[in-house]
Design a binder for this molecule. Sequence first.
Ligand code: MG
Length: 364
Amino acid sequence: MGGVPKLFLPLGGKPLILHTLRPFLQNPNIKEMVVAVRGEDLKKTKDILKGLPVKVIVGGKVRQETVRLALEAIDESLELLAIHDGARPFLSPQLLQACLEAGEKFGAVVPALPIYDTIKKGDEWVERTISREGLYTVQTPQVFRAELIKEAHRKAYEDGYVGTDDASLVERMGIKVRMIRGEKTNIKITDPEDLEIAERLMGEKEYRSGVGVDFHRLVEGRKLFLGGIEIDYNKGLLGHSDGDVLLHAIADAILGAIGIGDIGVYFPPSDEKWRDVRSVIILEEVMRMAREKGWEVENVDCVLLAEEPKIAPYREEMVRKIAECLGIEKERVNIKATTTEGMGFLGRGEGMCAICDVLCRRSL
Ligand code: MG
C-alpha cells in the first residue's frame, strides 16, 4: 500500500504493529514474542518496538518461510505457540485467550467464521454458484502445540509444500485442527479500503480542548494578514512574523489542547528563522507536531476583536485557508468577529485581538 510496509501504516496515529501487539502484551500467558520482518524494515521495527519485550528478527521471502524462522527463534521451552498476522490489529483480548485455551485443549486451533455471502466462481461472468455450506474463512491467531507446528513446518519445507496458512501444514499430516468462532472485527489489512474500515473501527477516542488568545499592534507601513490571507487595509499587524493574530491564537490553542506549551516556546521572536515568516507556515508546523503525537483537530471556533476593517467579505477565504492548514473540512472552522463598540485600545484601532477555542482528537 503506497510503498509503506503494512506494519508501519498509521492507524489512529500509531503504527499498525503496535495495535497488533497490544492484546499479546496484555495477556499474562504470553511468555515471549517474536516479530519477523523484512531485512530492510528491521531497524525501523526495532525503533518502534523499543522498550517492549519483543524479539525482532528478519523473516523469509515468503510468509511460510518467515513463520519457520520465527519458530526457530522462539524460546524452545515453550509448549504452546500462537502465530498471528502482523496486519490484524483488532484481535480482541477475549479471542486471543479463547484461542490459547482451545489450543491447550485440542493441540491445534484456528479462529474461523462461517461464510454468509453467496459464493460464486467465475471471471467477469459467473460460471457457477458454489454451495457455501460448511465453508469458513479462517483468521489468526492460530495456536498449536509447539512440537506439532514445528514438525509441520519442517515437513512442509522438506516436501516443498506451500500452504496459505499454518493450519494447512498440520492438516496434511493427518492431524485434526479445531475451529473456534473468530471475530468479524479481526480483519486483515490488505488494501487501502481495509485501512479505511480500520480507522472506523478505531472507536476509542480521546478529546482535549485548548484556548488561545493573541494581541498585535496595528501600525502603518505593514501589510495586513488575517486568517492566512492578505487583507486590503491601510495598516498591518506588527510582529516578528506576519503578525497574523488569528492564526497565532489557533496555533496556541492547539498546542494548549495537546499539552505541549505555547507558540513562544517553538517560534520565539529571538529566532531569526521565523522573522517575517507567514503564519500559515507556523500553523502548519504546529499541526505537524500535533500529528506526530497522534492528534487531529476536530473543530476550531475563533473570535476576532477589531474595530476595522470589516472581515465579512474575507471570511469564506479565511475559513478555507485555515481548514486547509489544519487538514479538516471547512464546516469545522468557524470565524466570528466583533468590535468593542469603540471602547479601549481595540476600539481606538490600536491593535487587534483574537481568541480561539479548539477541540483535538486522538485515537487510543
Ligand atoms: Mg502573536
